[in-house]
Design a protein around this ligand. Sequence first.
Ligand code: ZN
Ligand code: ZN
Length: 307
Amino acid sequence: MLHFQLLGTRGSRPILDQNYVYFGGNTTAYKIWAEGNFPIYIDGGSGLFREGSRLQPEVKEFSFLLTHSHWDHILAFPFFAPFYRPETCARFWGSRSFKETFEELFKHQFQTDAFPVNYAEIPATITFTTIVGGQSFEIPPPPRFTQENCLSNTHHSYHISTYQINHPGLDLGYRIEHKGKTIVILTDLAPIKNNYLGPGMEDFGAVDEDRYYEGLIAFCRDADLLLHDTHFNEESIRGKERWGHSTEIMAVKLALESQVKQLILGHHAPEDNDQCIFRKLHNAQKYCQKTALNVIIPQEDEIITIS
Ligand SMILES: [Zn+2]
Ligand SMILES: [Zn+2]
């Protein structure tokens, strides 16, 4: 059994308005955990702030996967309360940016010009591992979790695969597997057709385009749950194909081609109110109504369980 919680549902920037209450206004952060196992957090958008403030101090160990370092995915890290406790141990896995490692970018968030607390003053122990697209690895339980629960590492490890996706900057998709259950996270990504955005994509040709998309289908293949960027809809993407985001129909097509069981439409534009998002959901459900695919848009903080 795997649980998936949407701590933040938005892209770009947070929003608070009476027409945004149903789906919420915090930016991207997700939490995944198997029953009785330690959680993995994906990204640190503003949705992570509330999680940090409500966790009991007894929760001391954290594991983070970072998709990419755009502001909407990292802005809550300096405000994450557990980093200000000396007992906290946090492990990060993330890709390089254009020039630097995520570790260097993370520390820049705590520079005097940007934030009043310097990184050297953070009492938590934080470690960083740089990964690249295509890499697979295990996330073993944090040491204290294994000791306190008298468990073996292998029983509770998560298996992670990565895929570099088409977005300005280096952006990784994550496939998270545990005991036969699979969740895939694809945020943020743009249509690939004649539209190559990230480093390493400069020399793309039509052959590579097909190879990239076939690789993406294989990456999502048979997942129980796919979270897919749908910042745009079929109208709002016009003229913005190079902004690095997808529509609900692109998400449904990939989910169908990959034979995914359940699709979550995520990373909503801050311009889209609840009514717009319901319309996006309706369009997606209509497009795949004769198939077995289940398309949903959970509310902020909602927990989806895969059993
Ligand atoms: Zn984003
Ligand atoms: Zn982005």
